[in-house]
Design a protein around this ligand. Structure first.
Ligand code: ATP
Ligand code: MG
Length: 329
């Protein structure tokens, strides 16, 4: 296998909060190859955004801190870079579409200046060349009448258009990795699909990798090559998307799959959300953190933590009972 574009190894990111220490990312390792679409999936609060922000060098310290691990990107350990070097990588080699688009767009600047400014800084384009490129980017993300749009402010655009602007901004300097953190969650379903199609098309064209972060396994079925399922700060199952859907072997993944509508299920089949509560990261249950919600749990699961192990080529699972887990039980 060729060397990965991004290689996260044993990443630990924690927050000191009033409620106690939160181990938001707990020994997470995964690789993303150039050209690949990789999905990170899990319920609210499991550590998806903190994983992305760790890669971006954007963990607020305090209260947060990356305590150990490495993040290799294109052969460079991002955790060893200065904040200036990291800022330059963020603007040019890694682009991110954040969970809340309005908070990442500046309300008092026109779209043109928000798109053109980073181009001038990171690519050294002249002001007029950067403005031309900004217009091209608006065309690329499928917003009509790009000339007029460039002169507008964020509040003059619809939610879907603002998301497209965010994609244009993240893609402006042709990054090698695009991270989309719940980039389409707030949008209606048809626009969601259009935007995901668009991100995939743009990254495919440029050979970049795409990291999609979502709580919805249904969304990624169509887009991801590989999927990592996260629960309470740890990866629980990693594998090819087709394999995860056809033969998931972690009870939590099975729970997520049962809670989304499937096109191949019989009409009228009820959806079954995962029972129990999302755990409090300051007070996790002993053993496997999923054990109180797990129908396959045995005694061992409440005392011992299962490691993420490779059970077949390219497929990793952290579950003692993985051999008996199946979607149809
Ligand atoms: N700045 C912060 N200060 C304190 N705790 C934080 C901070 N940012 C994140 N956390 C905690 O880290 C944990 C993981 O949060 P994260 O934002 O990664 O969740 P997520 O998986 O992205 O969830 P969602 O699907 O809701 O976006 C949560 O318990 C959260 O409260
Ligand atoms: Mg998040």
């Amino acid at each position: 296998m060729t060397e990965a574009l991004l290689s996260v190894e044993n990443l630990h990111t924690q927050f000191r909060t009033e409620g106690g220490l939160v181990q938001a990312v707990d020994d997470v390792s995964f690789n993303i190859q150039a050209g690949e679409t990789f999905a990170l999936v899990g319920e609210s609060g499991c550590g998806k955004s903190v994983t992305a922000l760790s890669i971006m060098g954007l963990i607020p310290n305090p209260p947060g801190e990356i305590t150990s691990g490495s993040i290799q990107f294109g052969g460079v350990d991002l955790l060893k870079l200065s904040s200036t070097e990291m800022r330059s990588i963020r603007g040019s080699k890694i682009g991110m579409i954040f969970q809340e688009p309005m908070s990442s767009l500046n309300p008092v600047l026109t779209i043109e200046s928000q798109l053109a400014e980073p181009l001038k800084i990171h690519t050294g384009l002249s002001a007029s060349a950067a403005n031309d490129r900004a217009q091209e980017l608006i065309d690329m993300v499928g917003i009509p009448d790009s000339k007029t749009r460039l002169k507008q402010y964020p509040h003059e655009l619809s939610g879907g258009q603002r998301q497209r602007i965010m994609i244009a901004m993240a893609m402006a300097c042709a990054p090698r990795l695009l991270i989309a953190d719940e980039a389409t969650t707030a949008l209606d379903v048809t626009i969601q699909a259009q935007i995901l199609d668009l991100m995939q098309e743009v990254t495919e064209k440029s050979g970049a990798a795409l990291l999609i972060i979502t709580h919805n396994l249904g969304i990624v079925a169509r887009y991801a090559d590989r999927v990592a399922v996260m629960y309470a700060g740890k990866l629980r199952e990693v594998g090819d998307a087709s394999d995860i859907y056809a033969a998931s072997q972690h009870p939590y993944t099975v729970g997520l799959l049962r809670s989304v509508p499937r096109l191949d299920s019989e009409k009228g089949t009820p959806l079954s959300p995962i029972g129990g509560e999302i755990p409090d990261l300051t007070n996790l249950p002993g053993g496997c953190a999923f054990n109180p919600r797990c129908q396959w749990a045995v005694d061992r699961c409440s005392v011992e933590e299962p490691e993420l192990i490779e059970i077949s080529q390219g497929k990793q699972v952290a579950c003692f009972e993985h051999a008996s887990v199946s979607l149809n039980v």
